[in-house]
Design a protein around this ligand. Structure first.
Ligand code: HPA
Length: 253
C-alpha cells in the first residue's frame, strides 16, 4: 500500500476519500498525528501530516522514526514524501516540482536510526542511492501522463531549521553541489531504507534560497505562502495520477 507523508502546505489531501483515522503507537513513541486511511480513485492509501494536522511540529522535533514505523506497521510498503524546498540551482524556480536523486545531510541531533545498540548489532546500510528508483520512476511517469512538469534529479540539502539559512550558508551549499534546500529530508529517507520501504521525495519549490534571485534581500514569506497553495495543487494532481496508474497496473496484472 502507498503511504503519503505531507509536509508544509499539505496537511490534507482534497482528493482523499477518508475511511477512518487511527492513532498509532510505536516502540519509538507517537507519530506526528493519527494515520488517515482512505481511498484515492478507489485505491487504499494512508496519509500522514509530517508536522501534525495543525502544523505544530517543527522539522527538528518530528518523530521520523515513529512516522515511518507506524506507516509500515499498517501495511505501507511504498512512500511518497512531499517536502517544500528553496531553490539553489538557477534552473529551479518557485512553482516547480522536482524529484531529488541525492541528499546531503546537514542536520544534527536527530534520532537517525532504528539500530540503537543494546542487544541489537549495529547495521551500516548502503545509501549510495538514497531514494528508491522504482518510486522515482513511478512519479516521473505519473507526471508525464498528467502533463505535469517535473524535474528529474538533483541534490537535496537538508538543514536543521527551523530558521532559514544565511546567504553565506547557501553559497557554501552551492559549492557542495546542493540544488535545493529543505529541512525534513533526513533522517526520513535513511529510516525508510532501514525499514526497507520504497521511498522517494517530491520537492515543491516555494522560494529561491536566501541571497538568490527574488530572495537577494531576504525571503518574502508572503510570497512563499502564496506559492505553497499553487504548488500543492500540482502535488495533489501528481499523487492522484500516481494512484490511478497503480490501479491500472493492478487491473492488468
Ligand atoms: N530553506 C530551507 N527549507 C525550506 C526553504 C528554504 O529556503 N524553502 C522551503 N523549505
Amino acid at each position: 500500500m502507498l503511504g503519503i507523508i505531507g509536509g508544509t502546505g499539505l496537511t490534507q489531501l482534497a482528493n482523499l476519500e477518508i475511511t477512518h483515522r487511527q492513532v498509532a503507537r510505536t516502540p519509538y513513541g507517537e507519530p506526528s498525528g493519527a494515520l488517515t486511511f482512505g481511498r484515492i480513485c478507489g485505491q487504499e492509501v494512508i496519509f500522514l501530516a509530517r508536522h501534525g494536522y495543525g502544523h505544530t511540529i517543527p522539522p527538528h522535533n518530528v518523530n521520523y522514526r515513529a512516522n515511518l514505523w507506524a506507516l509500515k506497521d499498517h501495511g505501507v510498503d511504498r512512500v511518497v514524501s512531499v517536502a517544500t524546498v528553496g531553490a539553489i540551482h538557477p534552473g529551479l524556480l518557485p512553482g516547480m516540482l522536482v524529484i531529488p536523486s541525492q541528499i546531503i545531510d546537514y542536520t544534527h541531533g536527530r534520532e537517525a536510526t532504528y539500530f540503537v545498540g543494546g542487544d541489537k548489532p549495529v547495521v551500516h546500510l548502503d545509501f549510495t542511492l538514497p531514494y528508491c528508483e522504482a518510486m522515482r520512476a513511478a512519479l516521473l511517469e505519473a507526471a508525464a501522463s498528467a502533463g505535469i512538469t517535473l524535474r528529474d534529479g538533483g541534490v537535496y540539502g537538508v538543514t536543521q531549521g527551523p530558521r532559514l539559512e544565511t546567504a553565506a550558508e547557501i553559497n557554501r551549499m552551492e559549492r557542495d553541489g546542493v540544488d535545493m534546500v529543505g529541512m525534513t529530508g533526513m533522517p526520513e529517507a535513511y529510516l525508510a531504507r532501514e525499514l526497507e520501504l520504497c521511498y522517494a521525495a517530491v520537492g515543491a519549490v516555494v522560494n529561491q534560497a536566501a541571497g538568490r534571485g527574488r530572495s537577494a534581500e531576504g525571503i518574502q514569506m508572503g510570497e512563499v505562502q502564496a506559492m505553497l497553495g499553487e504548488v500543492m495543487l500540482q502535488v495533489r494532481r501528481l499523487i492522484e495520477q500516481l494512484v490511478t496508474d497503480d490501479a491500472t497496473a493492478q487491473s492488468k496484472a
